[in-house]
Structure formats: structure tokens, C-alpha cells
Design a protein around this ligand. Structure first.
Ligand code: TRP
Length: 335
């Protein structure tokens, strides 16, 4: 029997290279070996976008298009919409009894996010909602509804996974062995830096290259990338380790990586030339993705059908889990 992987993504914007190299490229490989569930986490997205439902709504299809375009195969994997699986919300309620308030407030990921969202939650988090503090419980429901064995995530998600594991252990110890305890499946690739040298590529930081950016936009963004500040003239030797252009050549695995590095160190390559080569490397990766995306953009009904079919399959699995959970909690009145 294949093991099950379950992971999710919040539909708050299109995918960029940070998502791609940080996570989703890996999902494409994993779907070959695992029973794979990819959740479009619209309920979770609403926890900090409850005042902007249009954004979440619009991005559900955009994320689906991006996932299909990078090679998530709907015949091998299940892509589904979180809000269309009411069993996830139901599980969340039962799990919420097994989590203390102090434990939720101590979650490092939640703490960081609250401090980053001052406009929404107040300067000292005084306006934080029940739903937001509780989203790790809902995420535990996402994972366990599908009996996920492995959860491919980045390091920032580890506290959420730990919370899920605690809930599972507590549930199983009180009600009997029912839920599967998942393990994190850390992706090898780490956080992707921005072309501006920022530690993270992100929408809110304005330094992201989106998978469906036009060639013109990609050129503009790469041309403005930060290079070694000590290199003034074209033939000054430079340090590739402090250059974002080299960092990206490395990330996208440009063909002549060693040559680029050596020439840069010797002062045998100008930054403009180097940026042009990077633009070519990025286009080589993104052109086919964009072409595939174009098909789905032109045929949105195909995308919607894939989402509805996936959600239907996923719901069958969640229903089975729900049945076991109700039996374990002794609220299976109709059995
Ligand atoms: N919290 C995840 C993120 O922000 C998204 C997510 C939702 C998720 N449900 C999940 C990740 C279940 C792993 C498993 O990226």
C-alpha cells in the first residue's frame, strides 16, 4: 500500500518561484510514489482574509491552474477545495476540546504571524480572532481526515505539525486508536530569497517572480536584481556569494554554473550579460509552464471539473474518517 501525503496551500495569490522551489516542484515528484492530496485551503485563507472574500474566491482557480501547469496530474493526485469538505470543519470542533488555549498561544508560527498582521490583529495582538488562533486545530483536521502519513512542508510549518501530532495522540489515548499520527516531510529546498536580497521571496515584499509573469516582467525584475556592491566596473572581480543573480542561477540550475562562478570571480563577466543569461534560464523553465497554464486559462470549465471531481473523491475519504471518529467519541447515533 502506498503511503498518503497531504499538504495544503492558501489561495491568496498566484504561485511564484519561492513557492515553486520551496515546495510545489517537490509535490510533482512526490505524486509518483504516494497517494497524494493537495488541498486548496480556502477556509484557512479566510482566517486572515475574512474581510476579503473576493481575493480568496478568485485565487482558488488561479492556484489550481498553477498546480496543473507545473505538472500536478489530476489522474494521479487529488486536488480539492477545503470548504467543500464539511467533515473537516466537524473534526475541528471535536479536536478543539483536546487543545488548551495556552498551547495555541505558545505556537511560534501563530505568534510570528500575529505580530506580522498588526493591521488586522492590532499592535499587540489584542484583536486576534478565535478562528486565527485556532487554525492549527483546523489544519490537524485537514491532515487527519485523509489519514495523511507524511506532510510535505517547510520548516515554518513544523509547530503546526507538532500540534497535529499532539491532538492525534490525545485523541487516540482517550477514545482508542483511531487517527493516524503524521510525520513532517521536510522539503530539501529551503526558503527562497528575493532578487532584492531579502531573506524571503513574497508577494507582500514586492520581490516575487510569478510562474505566469510575462517575459517582459521577468526581464525587468531580473535586471533590477542586487549584485555584489563592490563590483563597479564590468571587469572588476566579484563575489558570487553575495550576488542575487548568481544565487538565482544556482536555484534554477543554469547550465554553465561553474563557468558563471569562475568568470564572476575573475572579473571576466559583466553583470548585464549575467542577468541576460539568467533571464534565459528562467524563461526556459517558465515558458512551458505558462503554455500549459494558457490551456487551463482558456478552458476554466476543465479546471472547475478537476476541482469538483477531486473534492468528491476527497470527501469520500473524509466521510470514512468521520464515521470512525464519531464511533470513537460515542456519538454515532445512527449506527
Ligand atoms: N498552513 C499551510 C501554509 O500556510 C497551508 C496548509 C493548510 C497546510 N492545510 C494544510 C499545510 C495541511 C500542510 C497540511 O502554507
Amino acid at each position: 500500500m502506498k503511503k498518503t501525503i497531504l499538504t495544503g496551500i492558501r489561495p491568496t495569490g498566484r504561485l511564484h518561484l519561492g513557492h515553486y522551489y520551496g515546495a510545489t516542484k517537490n509535490w510533482v515528484t512526490l505524486q509518483e510514489d504516494y497517494d497524494s492530496y493537495f488541498e486548496i485551503a480556502d477556509v484557512q485563507a479566510l482566517t486572515d482574509n475574512f474581510n476579503n472574500p473576493d481575493k480568496v474566491r478568485a485565487n482558488v482557480r488561479e492556484i489550481a491552474i498553477d498546480l496543473l501547469a507545473i505538472g500536478i496530474n489530476p489522474n494521479k493526485s487529488t486536488i480539492f477545495i477545503q470548504s467543500m469538505i464539511p467533515e473537516i470543519a466537524e473534526l475541528t470542533i471535536f479536536y478543539s476540546n483536546l487543545v488548551t488555549m495556552s498551547r495555541l498561544y505558545r505556537n511560534p508560527t501563530i505568534k510570528t504571524e500575529i505580530s506580522q498582521k498588526k493591521a488586522l490583529f492590532g499592535n499587540n495582538g489584542e484583536g486576534v480572532t478565535y478562528g486565527f488562533v485556532g487554525y492549527p486545530v483546523s489544519q490537524a483536521a485537514d491532515i487527519t481526515a485523509f489519514k495523511g502519513n507524511l506532510v510535505p512542508v517547510g520548516e515554518d510549518q513544523l509547530p503546526l505539525l507538532e500540534q497535529c501530532r499532539e491532538i492525534v495522540r490525545k485523541f487516540n489515548s482517550i477514545y482508542g486508536d483511531t487517527l493516524v499520527e503524521p510525520e513532517a516531510f521536510l522539503s530539501k529546498s529551503k526558503r527562497v530569497k528575493g532578487l532584492d536580497g531579502n531573506e524571503k521571496m513574497g508577494k507582500s515584499l514586492g520581490n516575487a517572480i510569478y510562474l505566469r509573469d510575462s517575459q517582459e516582467d521577468i526581464s525587468k525584475k531580473v535586471m533590477s536584481a542586487v549584485t555584489d556592491p563592490n563590483k563597479i566596473k564590468k571587469d572588476d572581480p566579484a563575489n558570487p556569494d553575495v550576488c542575487m543573480v548568481y544565487y538565482y542561477h544556482n536555484l534554477v540550475e543554469s547550465d554553465n554554473l561553474n563557468t558563471i562562478c569562475e568568470e564572476c570571480k575573475k572579473g571576466a563577466r559583466g553583470c548585464v550579460q549575467c542577468k541576460k543569461e539568467l533571464i534565459n534560464s528562467i524563461n526556459k523553465i517558465l515558458d512551458p509552464i505558462k503554455e500549459k497554464a494558457k490551456y487551463y486559462e482558456d478552458n476554466p470549465e476543465v479546471v472547475d471539473k478537476i476541482l469538483l471531481d477531486g473534492t468528491k473523491r476527497a470527501r469520500e475519504v473524509a466521510k470514512r474518517t468521520m464515521k470512525n471518529v464519531k464511533k470513537a467519541i460515542k456519538i454515532d447515533y445512527d449506527e
